[in-house]
Design a protein around this ligand. Structure first.
Ligand SMILES: [Zn+2]
Length: 170
């Protein structure tokens, strides 16, 4: 279906089949990395580091409670700048201007937990942060927790590997 036909089909409403909490990184637009999805397929919330603040939590709740989206993917990625910044806070006491420092604070527990693990520190921290963010969704939202308990919603953390284009579920 071309874009024009997709637009026409979506005028009456939307019924996306997945919510993606993704990083703002320009190299991972969800519709493209999942193989070229069309209008109306994905409900997307993006911010640097694929984190869940109040705005994102409300967005995700709206997706599942109002639109009935049955799947939420917390999609981290390799070589994430926000995660690398959090790792630098842990290892080098790095500081950042403006709202960047407070923004990456929620990544710090994952960066601390994965420090010293074998493999790539930034990517290990990105995977751990995606896992923790997925867990936080049900811990901080009874709406989402109830949907999960009722079998109407699945929440999965995942990581997108930039150089292979592969999405691995964690
Ligand atoms: Zn990123």
């Amino acid at each position: 279906m071309g874009l024009e036909a997709q637009r026409a089909a979506g005028v009456e409403g939307q019924a996306p089949w997945a919510t993606i909490i993704g990083c703002a990184d320009s190299r991972k637009p969800p519709e493209l990395i999942f193989g070229g999805l069309g209008l109306g397929e994905l409900f997307v919330a993006r911010n640097a580091g694929n984190l869940v603040d109040t705005a994102t939590l409300g967005t995700v709740e709206y997706g599942s409670v109002v639109l009935g989206v049955p799947l939420i993917v917390v999609l981290g990625h390799t070589s994430c700048g926000a995660v690398a910044a959090a790792c630098d806070v842990v290892t080098k006491n790095a500081t950042y201007p403006g709202a960047i420092g407070p923004m990456i604070e929620p990544i710090l527990p994952a960066a601390i937990a994965t420090q010293g693990e074998a493999g790539n520190y930034t990517n290990n921290a990105a995977m751990e942060s995606a896992r923790r963010t997925a867990a936080r969704l049900t811990a901080s939202s009874t709406l989402l927790a109830d949907l999960v308990a009722a079998g109407k919603l699945k929440i999965v953390p995942a990581i997108y590997t930039l150089d292979t284009g592969e999405v691995s579920y964690l």
